[in-house]
Design a protein around this ligand. Structure first.
Ligand SMILES: Cc1ncc(COP(=O)(O)O)c(C=O)c1O
Length: 416
């Protein structure tokens, strides 16, 4: 057998598989495991009937463009629709500030590629979305963590880290944030902090990569739409590269997402996308466009919010009843995730085999930290399993946690 490692690039040699996908593999083939690992939407809320109808109309053969190659920037009609979608999010974007991509994951990959030379710094939150870590590292960026507070990224720490990195002679390209119901913590960056973040970006000449897959999924008992206002909405200087997706509000199988950024950035992203995949799938884009045009997307949004809010309620209620103050978590105000901190000294990686024995799965929190921290944390997704499984799976997890905890210990703060 040939040893292929001498043939591989440095980037390929250092690539690590996604922890979340690895968790999925652990559960595969075990039907009795309840998995809180992947951040999948619930298939029961996909608008199957409407999609069936749209697909059968699109596939009559009347319009060859449906199955044809298309423009790299994306389907013109969908781009025009996105101008309206962005305006509804208080962002005034023109067509030349938009590009459609094959999932926000592709947007992260392309953004890393156009911004970073090997060793350039991208600042990320501690913790941050694991897919961003892998995408940016694929561009050989050096990721440096910034602490979080209960209302999102810690601005004092941001300035400190930025200053330290620059004085060490490194080029800091951008800060990556997920302001709405962050993956993995569920945290929402406060409006005041968003304003100050933009000020700091101007003051320190920094770009911001704003990733917003979950903004539409706010829970109306504790959050308003106004609180999810994108940073991009107040980006007077053009410092924000904004990413969003139809994955969580329609279906991830369409692999259709978009980037809103200043035109010169979009131009570079377009060239990078040409070599990645020429264009996003035409059928996918037509399906998404028709779902938007016929009002399917807007009509299902309230029921999605209610659906995920009910699931959050079941998970939180069960956790509270079963664990009391033996673990802590920031109350999710939207999105898919609940982030648990176990008492210091407990290790979520060591606990995982015992959780699997109890037939429940989670993602270890350390997978989301670029500084090796977070050993006592774990991420639960309440989005995918049905409510009955959420209750049962959470009970199993709590049983596992209880046996790990020495009597009398309590959790430290959820967000350090
Ligand atoms: C923060 C964040 N960014 C990007 C993505 C990728 O989304 P997409 O399905 O559009 O590639 C996800 C998916 O879970 C996510 O949570």
């Amino acid at each position: 057998m040939i040893d292929y490692s001498p043939f591989l690039s440095t980037a390929a040699r250092t690539m690590a598989p996604s922890a979340i996908r690895a968790m999925g593999a652990l559960a595969a083939g075990r039907r009795d495991v309840i998995s809180f690992a992947p951040g999948y939407p619930a298939p029961s809320v996909f608008p199957w009937e409407a999609l069936r109808e749209i697909a059968s109309e699109l596939l009559t053969g009347a319009d060859g463009a449906v199955l044809q190659y298309g423009a790299t920037r994306g389907l013109r009609r969908l781009l025009e629709a996105l101008v309206t979608v962005m305006a509804e999010r208080s962002v005034q974007a023109s067509i030349d500030e938009l590009m459609i991509v094959s999932g926000s994951q592709q947007a992260l990959d392309l953004t890393g590629r156009i911004l970073c030379d090997p060793g350039d710094v991208i600042l990320v939150e501690l913790p941050t979305y694991v897919g961003a870590i892998t995408a940016f590292r694929g561009s050989r960026a050096h990721l440096v963590g910034v602490r979080q507070e209960p209302d999102g990224v810690d601005l004092d720490d941001l300035v400190e880290v930025l200053t330290r990195e620059r004085s060490a002679g490194r080029t800091v390209r951008a800060l990556y944030v997920v302001p709405n119901f962050q993956n993995p913590t569920g945290l929402l960056i406060s409006l005041e902090k968003r304003r100050r973040l933009l000020e700091l970006a101007a003051q320190h000449d920094l770009l911001i990569i704003e990733d917003d897959p979950y903004g539409e999924l706010y829970f109306e008992d504790v959050t308003t739409r106004a609180e999810t206002r994108p940073l991009k909405a107040d980006d007077a200087e053009g410092r924000v590269v904004y990413l969003s997706t139809f994955s969580k509000t329609l279906a991830p199988g369409f692999r259709t997402a978009w980037i809103t950024a200043p035109a010169p950035i979009i131009e570079k992203l377009e060239i990078a996308k040409q070599s990645a995949d020429l264009c996003t799938g035409g059928l996918d884009q037509h399906m998404v466009y028709e779902s938007w045009r016929r009002g399917v997307l807007s009509s299902i949004a309230p029921s999605l919010r209610a659906h995920y809010r009910r699931k959050r309620d079941v998970m939180e209620r069960t956790l509270r009843a079963e664990l009391g103050d033996r673990a802590s978590w920031p109350a999710p105000r939207g999105g898919f995730f609940l982030w648990i901190s176990l008492p210091e000294g407990l290790d979520a990686t060591r606990m995982l085999p015992r959780a699997i024995e109890q037939r429940v799965l989670y993602v270890i929190g350390s997978a989301f930290f670029v500084d090796g921290g977070g050993s006592n944390t774990l991420r639960l997704s309440f989005s995918h399993p049905p409510e009955s499984e959420i209750e049962e799976g959470t009970r199993r997890l709590c049983e596992t946690i209880r046996t790990e905890i020495a009597p009398g210990r309590t959790a430290t703060d959820a967000v350090r």
